[in-house]
Every structure is written in structure tokens, then in C-alpha cells.
Ligand binder design. Structure first.
Ligand code: BEZ
Length: 210
């Protein structure tokens, strides 16, 4: 069955470039980014895994674990790592799941046979500490993802989890946010005692809470 936002991310045990992973145990009390790439030793994937390693400290800062996946073996992931370091300046500093039998890929519906027969397409799942799926993305093999966008979304998700706010179009950290429509004005007064700007009764703008 297809995974949807709000579902519990399926648990699994699998080999990885850093040993056996028990997925829910791996996530622990953190957030998690699980991302698949089509194949080791391919060009776009090489740039993606290198860039993810470069910005991993930004995920660490936000208490987010990062984990990759493809339908290659752990040995293949380890061998490829040297090429990634050589060409991108950063070797993967996060585990990459080895899924040659496509157990995890099938569990997460990462193979879209009409797009890419037996390989995983570029999916991303952001999972919360409650193990619920908070975001899903699917990109074709030919388009490298924007991993900076994941940081922006995680900032928004973490803000929503802590405060009763949503983030507007193209929001970035520090910009004004929106009070969620489900919060009444009376309850909003308690949360935002310094007030807010009402553009419409359903569009209430407030400085980003810290
Ligand atoms: C790539 O990473 O460049 C790639 C992988 C599979 C199919 C097409 C491109």
C-alpha cells in the first residue's frame, strides 16, 4: 500500500555502508531524511551524495539523521565512496542502505517501473521523531535534487511542531510566519501576546517565534 503523509514510516532491518540498520532504532528521538538514488557509480547520484555529505552538519544542527539507499550492495557503496570524495570533495558521512533484493525499495514504493524499470527513482522521505512521514518527494533519475530545500522544509516542519504556525510561499528562516487557521484569536492572544497583523481573518501574520 502506498505511503501517505502522516503514516508511520515502515520499520525494517537492512545492511548499509555502516553496518546493520534497524530503521526506527536508528531514528531514535531524531528527525530523519531517507533518500534513494538510482544506482552507484552514476553521475548525478555522485554529485548528490557528495553534496549531502558537505551539508550534513546543517542536518546535525537540526537533530536530523540522514540515510541514503540504492539497490546496490554495501561493498559497492563503499567502493563508490572514494570516487565521490575525489570528485565532490566529500565522501558520504552517513549510512547508505544496501538494498539489492529491493526489500526496502518495495516497502517505500521507490521503484516506479514505468519511469525506471528496476532501479529506485530519487525519493525523499522526511520522518519525525514520532516516526510519522512528514514530507515525500519524487524526482526522476535525470534531475538532481535541491538538498538545500530539504533544510528549508525541515525548518518549517520543526517550527510547526513547536508553535502553532505555518510558513508562507518561499518562506525562509527568519521571515514572518502565519498563524494556523485552527487557532482561534483568543488562543492566538495567549501564544502571541505581542499581537499579529490580520490581512484577512484567515491570514494572520506574525514574526517567526524563536
Ligand atoms: C545519474 O545518477 O546520473 C543517473 C542514474 C540513473 C539513470 C540516469 C542518471
Amino acid at each position: 500500500m502506498a505511503i501517505r503523509l502522516g503514516d508511520t514510516a515502515p520499520d525494517f532491518e537492512a545492511a548499509s555502508s555502516e553496518g546493520t540498520i534497524k530503521f526506527h532504532e536508528f531514528i531514535g528521538d531524531s528527525w530523519c531524511v531517507l533518500f534513494s538514488h538510482p544506482k552507484d557509480f552514476t553521475p548525478v547520484c555522485t554529485t548528490e551524495l557528495g553534496y549531502m555529505a558537505k551539508i550534513k552538519p546543517e542536518f546535525d544542527k537540526r537533530n536530523v539523521k540522514v540515510i541514503g539507499l540504492s539497490v546496490d550492495s554495501a561493498d559497492s557503496h563503499k567502493q563508490w565512496s572514494a570516487d565521490i570524495a575525489e570528485t565532490q570533495g566529500h565522501a558520504p558521512n552517513y549510512p547508505v542502505i544496501a538494498d539489492p533484493d529491493r526489500k526496502v525499495a518495495d516497502l517505500y514504493d521507490m521503484i516506479h517501473p514505468n519511469a525506471l524499470n528496476t532501479l529506485t527513482v530519487r525519493t525523499v522521505f522526511v520522518i519525525g521523531p514520532d516516526k510519522q512521514v512528514k514530507l515525500m518527494l519524487t524526482y526522476p533519475a535525470s534531475t538532481g535534487r535541491n538538498f538545500d530545500e530539504l533544510l528549508r522544509v525541515i525548518d518549517s516542519l520543526q517550527l510547526t511542531a513547536k508553535h502553532s504556525v505555518a510558513t508562507p510561499v518561499n518562506w525562509k528562516d527568519g521571515d514572518d510566519v502565519i498563524i494556523v487557521p485552527t487557532l482561534s484569536d483568543d488562543d492566538a492572544k495567549k501564544k502571541f501576546p505581542n499581537g499579529w497583523k490580520t490581512l484577512k481573518p484567515y491570514l494572520r501574520v506574525v514574526p517567526q517565534p524563536r
